[in-house]
Design a binder for this molecule. Structure first.
Ligand code: UDP
Ligand code: MG
Length: 312
């Protein structure tokens, strides 16, 4: 019998967790596959860990990987993929925004031999208008800048087969990362299932606009080198403009143009472009530096019900 691993990242979800467990458990029981429910506690500072420990005692299908501190959602998902033992892995959120009712459909698709299933949201009730617009703008930008193409409504709700998971585990260990992007670009037989994102059942979203912005910047750097080439374009543009002005001055023999304002504005503008480009290069160097240091993506402090040598 095949086994489905459901990986759930948890950060301060003490209120949502019992509800999540209650709704996902019957669905999992009804599947034709065996299953495990692997919670990754991402250094929660509320009672989430206690709730999870209770679940571990109650239910041997529930497993736990607990981080030593908060490492972020991306790290939690990759840890889930590292520790999951199933023939396919589903990553989902603990706040019930990703409906467990999709699981039977997922198993059906897996049995048809699909290796990657992207869960595409049709409607996002909870995200405000600003989040929806920025999200759309972000995908427009990244799709313009990058060679690889991204599904605009993809979410952190996705399914990978064991084979695809092994690729993610072995070859996608960057520190600056965007798992959702990798999942869409590793190939394998792909399909999508659409779902309607509900409001989160309890607690609040951990992604502020500021966090999302930082995340978007990282993603652009992860998938595109185009910003690095801005310097070349800006330089070429400035050189052309310089030549045009030079030609004009020489031809009309006006002598030096009498523009203090022009000079100041031009100076400011050129310096602005210059510093911007230096800043962009700096960002890439920061990414390089963090990859070079090769610090761990996550640190596990405790595990539960994993069995064997994986246990800590
Ligand atoms: N999460 C996490 N680590 C973090 C932030 C969030 O593991 O640092 C988890 C969180 O518990 C939830 C999922 O990631 O299960 C998605 O987070 P959230 O619902 O806050 O994001 P949103 O759905 O609002 O984009
Ligand atoms: Mg959510």
């Amino acid at each position: 019998m095949k086994k489905l691993s459901v990986v759930v990242s948890v950060y301060n979800e003490e209120l949502a967790l019992p509800m999540f467990y209650r709704s996902v458990k019957p669905v999992l029981e009804g599947l034709s596959w065996d299953y495990e429910l692997l919670f990754v506690n991402d250094g929660s500072i509320d009672g989430s860990l206690e709730v999870l420990r209770q679940l571990l005692l109650l239910d041997s299908k529930v497993k736990l990987v607990g981080f030593s501190r908060n490492f972020g959602h991306e790290a939690a998902m990759i840890a889930g993929i590292d520790y999951a033992a199933g023939d396919a892995i589903v990553c989902m959120d603990a706040d019930l925004q990703h409906p467990p009712e999709c699981l039977p459909k997922i198993v059906e698709k897996l049995e048809q031999g699909y290796g990657v299933i992207n869960m595409v949201r049709t409607r996002n009730q909870s995200a405000g208008i600003i989040k929806n617009i920025t999200s759309l703008a972000f995908y427009q930008l990244i799709n313009t800048l990058s060679d690889v193409k991204f599904e605009a409504n993809a979410s952190d709700f996705f399914v990978v087969s064991r084979q695809a998971a092994e690729v993610l585990k072995r070859n996608y260990r960057e520190r600056v990362r965007f798992l959702r992007g990798y999942v869409q670009n590793i190939g394998f037989r792909k399909t999508t299932i659409s779902y309607e994102a509900h409001n989160r059942v309890a607690g609040e979203s951990k992604y502020s606009i500021r966090k999302l912005f930082a995340f978007s910047m990282n993603t652009i750097m992860c998938f595109s080198n185009l910003p690095l080439k801005l310097g070349i374009y800006a330089g070429a543009f400035a050189a052309l403009m310089g030549m045009a002005v030079m030609a004009y001055t020489l031809c009309t023999r006006q002598g030096a143009p009498s523009g203090y304002t022009t000079i100041v504005i031009l100076n400011c503008f050129m310096f602005a472009v210059l510093f911007l480009i230096v800043g962009i290069i700096g960002e890439y160097i920061a990414v390089l530096f963090s990859e070079l240091k090769d610090r761990p993506i996550y640190i596990v402090e405790e595990t539960g019900n994993l069995g064997g040598e994986k246990e800590r």
